[in-house]
Design a protein around this ligand. Structure first.
Ligand code: UGA
Ligand code: MN
Length: 251
């Protein structure tokens, strides 16, 4: 099966560094197709060139998050869900461009996480929805599904444990066929904080059907890392003196 990784991404100082890092991880994954969806009114040059030079099989899409849903610079980052429209557009693309007969697995790979190559070996055998632990998330060292006799019976999580699927986006993969057979299933833009993952999974599986991976969910193979926002104090001071850095040099 092909692994389709869906990555929403948006312009900011660390964007290129994030995309270079994860693309170079993905280069090591066989039978891989990267769907990159820019949160932007246009396909940007930075992302277009990065993809063209990446050596990966890819699809480049874009859709801008509507203003009323978008975070402002001053908003705390958890105020609104992020990357929702972008992931839904990628699902639409798969439904329009792939056949039920194709074997594939779909994974939502945010641009700032850290992925072990071993994760992709675990993902590839997904029949419906597979699950595994995610490190450094939810205010814990890790969150994970709890497994008894090979079945998921609950979740180790501290934050809003009563969510239908209390899991981070990085902690599950979905069979392409399941998404093609359920054409209405998508993320809910209006989902309450923390309920985004549940808004999709609820219409696709029940907890009993989840397929545990990573040694019955005892190994952490993906980390919910987040890059620090770089400080530009000196850059701004220099700019005021007309001595800002060369804007033709891409960062
Ligand atoms: C957590 C989850 O890990 C995300 O998968 C989930 O989308 C998010 O919460 C949420 O509740 O919406 P977090 O690290 O806080 O993630 O979110 P980000 O990594 O900042 O954003 C998730 C993805 O959306 C990233 O790939 C990011 O590049 C993209 N994004 C973010 C946009 O496309 N547009 C934005 O305005 C912000
Ligand atoms: Mn993130």
């Amino acid at each position: 099966p092909v692994i389709y990784a869906i990555t929403p991404t948006y312009a900011r100082l660390v964007q290129k560094a994030e995309l270079v890092r994860i693309s170079q991880t993905f280069l090591h994954v066989k039978n891989f197709h990267w769907i990159v969806v820019e949160d932007s009114p246009v396909k940007t040059q930075l992302v277009s060139e990065l993809l063209a030079q990446s050596g990966l099989r890819f699809t480049h899409l874009h859709t801008e998050t509507p203003k009323e849903h978008k975070l402002k610079e001053s908003d705390p980052n958890w105020l609104k869900p992020r990357g929702v429209e972008q992931r839904n557009l990628a699902l639409q693309w798969l439904r329009e461009n792939r056949e039920l007969s194709e074997e594939g697995v779909v994974y939502f790979a945010d641009d700032d996480n850290t992925y072990s190559l071993r994760l992709f070996d675990e993902i590839r055998s997904t029949k419906r929805v597979s699950v595994w632990p995610v490190g450094l998330v939810g205010g814990l060292r890790f969150e994970r599904p709890l497994v008894e006799k090979g079945r998921v019976v609950g979740f180790y999580t501290a934050w809003k444990p009563n969510r239908p699927f209390p899991m981070d986006m990085a902690g599950f993969a979905i069979a392409l066929q399941l998404l093609l057979a359920n054409r209405e299933a998508q993320f809910d833009m209006l989902a309450e904080r923390g309920y985004l993952e549940s808004s999709l999974l609820q219409s696709l599986v029940s907890i009993e059907e989840l397929e545990p991976r990573a040694d019955n969910c005892t190994k952490v193979l993906v980390w919910h890392t987040r890059s620090e926002k770089p400080k530009m104090k000196q850059e701004e001071l220099l700019q005021k003196q007309g001595l800002g850095s060369d804007p033709s040099i891409e960062v």
